[in-house]
Design a protein around this ligand. Structure first.
Ligand code: NG1
Length: 390
């Protein structure tokens, strides 16, 4: 570390269950990872911000702090730093910039939220450099909306868990109002994260497909609400509180197009799986948690159509090797799976994935990078709390 540099870190996350429903305002159950984005920085005396990435794939980036920062071309990594900085510049006047060195041991485009980790780390750096603070829940919300700068209509799960996670726990996140409720992950459970070798790029086709899902969910909600005599702006949680899942699915079946009805079915059934999974974790019921993971994957594959043949294959192999359940995690279209097993089975599951998935694809040597045990970790932090802004 250079003398007097400040350091912040923000972890990635793995979502255990509750996929593609945060933007519907329904609870989700992620946990933070031990892998993270780390930024070492010096505050500047002007508005300039200069970013260098230790990863040579990412070219240096610079911009001036303002309420309206021009975006770099779509897909440029610097846009995540711009997103965080612009969101804070709208909240605080006259912020100064930083000279920053960014590094990460999180796989990119793997469904583990490396992008939101960068957003959160950058926000902590800018706040630290300027000696300003934002209350945790407000910051989660501010950055959740702020990340939409990159063009994704994201739901807010990632920024919330990255900031609010507790070591040893997964957290149920409720929205409107935002709140986090931790549940201890049983010590003999292992969540294995395995990358499909397919990048789930947030720019381009995956972004379009993601944003299309958010629009479809909204349209389905309005049509079902109208049919049931509710106001058009009723939320998904209110809709689920007002009618049973069976009734909602029946109405959806007779009101919506075939595609919209399937999207809607994913949302309402996934919405019921989250509290069941949270209860199963609290009761240490590994079998039930596993079944819920499997049901979530089927729903994401068949009804929501966000899986990929390589994700389906990984899920199948993990199950065959003795995992209690497995599913794609994150937005899908590539990225990673998460599989649950008891500690004593974990080595067998990893060995089976190596032999039957990675080896035939010529990637057995990289298995240590592609597969890892997710340790439920703490949220983002400033690592130099004693230092004052230069
Ligand atoms: P990832 O896996 O990082 O692309 C995205 C959204 C989440 C959530 C999941 C699907 C962002 C920043 N993240 O996550 O809010 O909707 O997809 O559950 O847009």
């Amino acid at each position: 570390m250079t003398p007097h540099a400040h350091v912040v870190r923000a972890p990635g996350r793995v979502n255990l269950i509750g996929e593609h429903i945060d933007y519907c305002g329904l609870p989700v159950l992620p946990m933070a990872l031990q892998r993270s984005v780390r930024i070492e920085f010096h505050p500047r005396s002007d508005r300039e911000t200069r970013l260098v990435n230790r990863d040579p794939r990412f070219a240096p980036n610079s911009f001036a702090v303002s309420e309206s920062i021009p975006p770099a071309p779509a897909g440029d990594w610097g846009n995540y730093a711009r997103a965080a900085t612009q969101a804070l510049a709208k909240r605080f006047r006259d912020l100064r910039g930083v000279d920053a060195l960014v590094e990460s041991d999180l796989p990119i485009a793997a469904g583990l939220s490396s992008s939101s980790a960068l957003v959160v780390a950058m926000a902590l750096a800018i706040m630290r450099a300027n000696g300003v603070t934002v209350a945790s829940l407000e910051l989660m919300d501010l950055l959740g909306r702020g990340e939409r700068y990159v063009g994704t209509a994201g739901g807010g799960m990632d920024q919330a868990i990255i900031l609010g996670a507790q070591a040893g726990c997964a957290s149920r996140i409720d929205f409107h109002p935002l709140r986090l409720t931790p549940t201890t992950v049983p010590a003999d459970w292992r969540f294995i994260v395995a990358w499909s070798l397919v990048h789930a790029e947030k720019s381009g086709a995956a972004r379009q497909a993601y944003n299309e899902r958010t629009r479809q969910c909204d349209e389905a909600r309005r049509l079902v609400a109208g049919r049931l005599g509710h106001r058009e702006d009723i939320t998904y949680p209110a809709l689920l509180a007002a009618a049973s899942v069976e009734e909602l699915l029946q109405v959806a079946g007779s009101t919506l197009s075939e595609v919209l009805a399937r999207r809607f079915r994913h949302v309402v059934t996934e919405g019921t799986r989250v509290p069941q999974a949270e209860a199963a974790m609290a009761a240490r019921d590994l079998g039930l948690f596993g079944q819920l993971l499997d049901a979530s994957h089927r729903s994401l594959r068949d009804d929501y159509e966000v899986s990929h043949p390589e994700l389906d294959r990984l899920v199948e192999l993990a199950r065959a090797a003795g995992a209690a359940g497995a599913r794609l995690t994150g937005a899908g279209f590539g990225g990673s799976i998460v599989a649950l097993c008891r500690i004593e089975r974990a080595t067998d599951v990893v060995a089976a994935l190596r032999e039957r998935f990675y080896a035939p694809r010529g990637a057995a040597d990289g298995v240590g990078r592609h597969v890892f045990m997710a340790e439920p970790s703490a949220g983002a932090e400033v690592l130099t709390p004693g230092a004052s802004p230069d």
